[in-house]
Design a protein around this ligand. Structure first.
Ligand code: DQQ
Length: 536
């Protein structure tokens, strides 16, 4: 076994070696998707950050290009941190990014721009950082907490963009406006802020359609549009989003009263997913979300492996018809990597059963299952004490081996033959006063026999009514990645796990049920996943 490579994802986006973090400046230009990302060209730990660059025709097969932006000028001498791309009129991309102008620990931050050297090159290989940089410097803002400019939107007269920040412990997104994209003025108040959330990294702000499944360009205006504001919370390393209304005259954003604004807010992903960013894809009229998953082994492991960090599979993002949340789904292009396929016929899974899904490479697979049950009667009651806990704490208490009524049921991914190791992805359905509550878990607790790993019981609730007594689960398994989508993308959870036995050919996949109520697998399709080829 090659210890360096055994956990390396095969079909998730990753450079050959070294450290990667945030996805930056995703965009579509002249037939190609571009992805930039924070990268350390010198090692497998964070540092020496540049913008690495890859292009693709389908978001799956990639070609790595030269570094796009790296420290060289006074305005970015100590680092080229995260930022975004905007397509200006005449199909002219421009990048806004954070430059670091003083060494740690201050790491003073300014906002810069870069433009392509040659617009006729669809790969946009070479980027220029003009001498009138920086465009924006901090004044009253805290200059050590002032970064990650968004894609700009045009309101008819002005370009507007956000920069993430904080004032003491209040997280905020400052709004800047400009007529010419060069001279920027800060709006008298932030677009939005929230007490006790700390530094807002990588804000993202975009419109979503209320009565259509089309994604919207960032500058789109009109009827039946809501807005999404997502922030990445530096202190806990998780993100939350709200859905709300944007007043483009007052330049204020107000979250709906159905959206919790703060630590307990909705998350794109209840697992390992951070510094995400969306972009509008004009080719297929969709909005696509990129998110980064870091490692959850040790820093020493990363140095030994020679690589760290992965981009999760890009997801299309839509507003749920309820208007209360988003729906995410892996881009359809992923399906081209599906190889050998197995199906499980309708099958009953009784309490204590686990049934193997054979005939695929279980360490690299795409699994899509729908489970059904006779009724909700047997659901166990939800302990009111748990109302004050995170879903993650409830999953930690009520794990996959704790017998329940309706559930726990789901998949045992990356399992060793005798179940010394496994990462269960499952549902557990509770009765509450009003109706019921559905918990979804991706529990790394038993994922590995190795020591020193971070093995959290990630979990989120799923807002479904279950009137048809059915719930679906899709998991993308990729050696050390388990990326799962509950109820067709209502709740998503990504885990990073490092089995010692359940690796390569020795990894297994099972369906299980540890609830007293029998579960039926209505359908289950599983595919071995091929690695992408280089872009051709
Ligand atoms: N990563 C970048 C910052 C950003 C942080 C530096 C989020 O710009 O705030 O690599 O992961």
């Amino acid at each position: 076994v090659n210890v360096k490579l055994v956990h390396k994802p095969a079909y998730h986006f990753q450079p050959k070696k070294h450290w990667i973090n945030d996805p930056n400046g995703p965009m579509f230009y002249k037939g190609y998707y571009h992805l930039f990302y924070q990268y350390n060209p010198q090692g497998a730990v964070w540092g020496n950050i540049v913008w690495a660059h890859s292009v693709s025709k389908d978001l799956i097969n990639w070609l790595a290009l030269e570094t796009a932006i790296s420290p060289s000028k006074p305005f970015d001498k100590y680092g080229c941190w995260s930022g975004s791309a905007t397509i200006l009129p005449g199909n002219k991309p421009i990048i806004l990014y954070t430059g670091i102008v003083s060494p740690e620990p201050e790491s003073t931050q300014v906002q810069n721009y870069a433009v392509p050297a040659n617009y006729s090159d669809p790969f946009l290989r070479e980027w220029i950082k003009p001498d009138n940089n920086p465009l924006v410097t901090a004044h009253s803002e805290n200059s050590s907490a002032f970064r990650d400019p968004t894609t700009a939107w045009f309101d008819g007269g002005h370009w507007k963009m956000l920069v993430g920040s904080r004032r003491k412990h209040r997280g905020m997104a400052y709004l800047y406006r400009s007529r010419d994209f060069m001279n920027w003025a800060k709006s008298p108040h932030p677009l939005h802020s929230k007490a006790n959330t700390g530094m807002w990294e990588c804000p993202d702000f975009y419109p979503v359609a209320q009565e259509s499944t089309k994604g919207l360009d960032t500058s789109e205006r009109g009827e039946n549009i809501k807005h999404v504001l997502k922030v990445s919370l530096d202190e806990t390393r998780y993100e939350y989003y709200t859905i709300g209304t944007y007043d483009r005259v007052k330049d204020r954003y107000v979250p709906d009263n159905t959206s919790v604004d703060g630590w307990a807010g909705l998350r794109y992903d209840y697992g390992n997913f951070y510094a995400s960013k969306t972009f509008f894809d004009p080719l297929k009229n969709r909005r696509i979300l990129w998110g980064w998953a870091n490692e959850s082994d040790t820093r020493d492991d990363d140095v030994k492996k020679g690589w760290a960090g992965v981009q999760l599979i890009p997801r299309t993002v839509l507003l749920d018809p309820s208007g209360r949340q988003l729906i995410q789904w892996p881009i359809e292009e992923l399906e081209q990597l599906r190889g050998a396929r197995v199906q499980m016929g309708k099958q009953k899974i009784n309490e204590g059963d686990h049934v193997e899904v054979k005939g695929i490479t279980a360490a690299q697979a795409d699994v899509d299952a729908t489970f059904s049950f006779e009724s909700l009667d047997k659901a166990e009651s939800f302990d009111p004490k748990w109302m004050n806990l995170d879903a993650q704490d409830v999953c930690n208490l009520m794990g996959s081996t704790v017998i329940g009524g309706l559930g726990p049921f789901g998949l045992l991914t990356l399992a060793s033959e005798k179940l010394e190791e496994y990462t269960p992805v499952f549902f557990r359905i509770f009765k509450t006063q009003e109706k019921h509550k559905v918990l979804m878990c991706s529990d790394a607790k038993r994922s590995s026999l190795a020591k020193g790993l971070y093995m959290p019981s990630f979990a989120g609730y799923v807002d479904v009514d279950l009137t048809d007594n059915k719930i679906s689960l899709r998991s993308l398994i990729d050696n050390s990645v388990v990326e799962s989508f509950g109820a067709r993308g209502k709740t998503c959870i990504s885990s990073r796990v490092y089995p010692t036995l359940a690796i390569s050919k020795n990894a297994h996949l099972f369906v299980f049920n540890n609830g007293t109520e029998p579960i039926t697998v209505d359908s289950l399709d599983a595919w071995s996943m091929n690695p992408p080829s280089k872009m051709n």
